[in-house]
Design a protein around this ligand. Structure first.
Ligand SMILES: [Zn+2]
Length: 409
C-alpha cells in the first residue's frame, strides 16, 4: 500500500513547495532500509582498531562505498542509476578533490550480476533470438547449435573511458588479428565492452564532440553500428553512464547536458558538520592507504547486504507502478520550472520508481518524487528558450491579429 501524502488536488506552486522542500516534517518519512544503512555507516567511526594486522599484499581494491562520508545525494543518485538504467545515467559536477571518482570506483563492490559473453566479439544468446544464427560469429553459431552457453552470469564491471580515447577506440574498428587470418572483422570498442556494465567518463566536458555523441547515442539506443568498408557490425551497449566534470575547466554543450539523466552538484563537505566530517574523511583515507584490504574487510558485511538490496531492487523494478496522481504532481513541477525537454519526466519518473524499489515498495509515493526531484530536474531550465518562446508568442499574436483583420472576400 502506498501512502497518500497529498489527498487533495493542490496548486502547482504548493506542490513544488512541498516536493522541493527538504525540511517538510509534517508527515513521517517512510523507512528506507538501504539509505538508513548508508546513513548509519557513513556516520559512525571506523569499525576496526589500528593494531589489526595487515597482510601486506598490494591489491587494487576500491575504497568501500559505505565508508564514504556524507554526500548523501551523490550516493543516492549513483544507487538509483545502478537499479534503473532508464534514468539515463548520472552526471557529477564539481571541483577536484570532492570524491567524485572515488565514489564511482567504489560502486564496483555493489554491482549486481549480469550475463557476460564468453566470446571475443561479445556474442550473446539473445542476439540469436533476435537476429537469428547469422547474428553471432561462426564459433558462437556452432556453440549455440550444440547447446553450449554463449554467456555466463558475472559481476558487473566498471569500464573507464580514457581521456585520450579516439573514436576508433570507443566504437571499434578493423580487427588486425583477423586480418592475419585473411578475414576482415571488426574489433569491439569500449562501448561494446561496456555492455551490461558501468561506463565512467571522467572530464566529459573535455572530450571531443564525436566521441561524446557516439557514447550518448549508444547509451540511448542500447546498441550501435560500425561500418568500415565492406564490413559492418551492430553491437549491444546497454550500460549505465556516469560522467563527471569540473565546471572550472569548460562547459558542457546543452544538448549533451540534456541527455544526462541525474545531475548532482558535488560541493564536497560543507556546512555545520564539515569540520567533523572532514576529519573523519582524513582518518578513513589514511587508514585505507595504510591497508586497503583491512578497510574493505571492515565494511564487507554491510557491503554484502547493500549489494543484495540493490540486486533485489533491480529485479523488483518491473513491478513498481507510478500512480497517475503522483505522475501529475511530477508534471506540475516540470511545467512550473519551464522545462521543455521530455527527458525531464522520463528521468524523474524512472528515478522515483528506482527509489521505491530500493525501499522495497511497488508503488511510487510523492515522497519518492520529493527525494529525486532535485537530481532529476536541476540544470534543465533554459532561460534562452524561455525568452525565445516568449518573443515568438508575441509574433504569433500579432500575426493572427493581422490575419483576422483581413476581409474574407
Ligand atoms: Zn561469438
Amino acid at each position: 500500500m502506498s501512502e497518500d501524502i497529498h489527498p487533495k488536488e493542490s496548486q502547482p506552486e504548493r506542490l513544488m513547495q512541498d516536493l522541493m522542500s527538504e525540511s517538510q516534517t509534517e508527515q513521517p518519512v517512510p523507512v528506507r532500509s538501504l539509505r538508513e544503512l548508508i546513513d548509519r555507516i557513513s556516520g559512525r567511526g571506523m569499525p576496526f582498531s589500528a593494531e589489526e594486522a595487515d597482510a601486506g599484499l598490494a591489491e587494487q581494491l576500491p575504497f568501500p562505498f559505505l565508508a564514504l562520508v556524507g554526500q548523501m545525494e551523490m550516493k543516492l543518485a549513483l544507487l538509483i542509476a545502478l537499479v534503473n538504467s532508464s534514468v539515463g545515467g548520472v552526471l557529477l559536477i564539481g571541483p577536484r578533490g570532492t570524491g567524485k571518482t572515488t565514489a564511482v570506483r567504489s560502486l564496483v563492490d555493489l554491482l549486481p550480476q549480469a550475463p557476460r559473453s564468453l566470446c571475443y566479439y561479445g556474442c550473446m544468446p539473445e542476439d540469436v533470438e533476435v537476429g537469428g544464427i547469422q547474428a553471432v560469429c561462426p564459433d558462437c553459431a556452432k556453440k549455440y547449435a550444440q547447446g553450449e552457453s554463449l554467456a555466463v552470469l558475472d559481476r558487473v564491471r566498471l569500464v573507464e573511458l580514457p581521456l585520450n580515447a579516439r573514436l576508433e577506440d570507443v566504437v571499434g574498428g578493423i580487427d588486425e588479428r583477423a586480418i592475419i587470418h585473411e578475414r576482415l572483422r571488426l574489433r569491439r570498442g569500449i562501448l561494446a565492452q561496456a555492455d551490461h556494465n558501468l561506463l565512467y567518463v571522467d572530464e566529459v566536458n573535455l572530450l571531443s564532440n564525436e566521441v561524446v555523441d557516439a557514447i550518448l547515442d549508444a547509451a540511448a539506443q542500447g546498441s550501435y553500428t560500425v561500418r568500415r568498408g565492406p564490413v559492418s557490425a551492430t553491437y549491444r551497449s546497454r550500460f549505465v553512464l556516469i560522467g563527471s566534470m569540473n565546471p572550472e575547466e569548460g562547459k558542457l554543450r546543452p544538448q549533451i547536458m540534456d541527455r544526462f539523466g541525474l545531475r548532482v552538484v558535488v560541493r564536497g563537505l560543507y556546512g555545520e558538520k564539515a569540520t567533523e566530517q572532514r576529519l573523519e574523511v582524513y582518518q578513513r583515507v589514511k587508514a585505507y592507504l595504510e591497508s586497503p584490504r583491512r578497510m574493505v574487510n571492515a565494511y564487507s558485511d554491510e557491503t554484502a547486504i547493500a549489494r543484495e538490496e540493490i540486486q533485489l531492487a533491480h529485479e523488483a523494478l518491473l513491478k513498481v507502478e507510478l500512480p497517475e496522481k503522483v505522475a501529475n504532481q511530477g508534471l506540475a513541477i516540470i511545467s512550473g520550472l519551464h522545462i521543455y525537454s521530455l527527458r525531464a519526466e522520463i528521468t524523474l519518473f524512472e528515478a522515483a520508481r528506482a527509489c521505491a524499489a530500493l525501499d522495497a515498495r511497488t508503488v511510487v509515493t510523492p515522497d519518492d518524487l520529493r527525494t529525486v526531484a532535485s537530481m532529476a530536474l536541476r540544470l534543465r531550465r533554459s532561460t534562452f528558450m524561455t525568452d525565445y518562446f516568449a518573443h515568438q508568442e508575441n509574433e504569433e499574436r500579432e500575426l493572427s491579429a493581422l490575419l483576422t483583420q483581413q476581409p474574407n472576400e
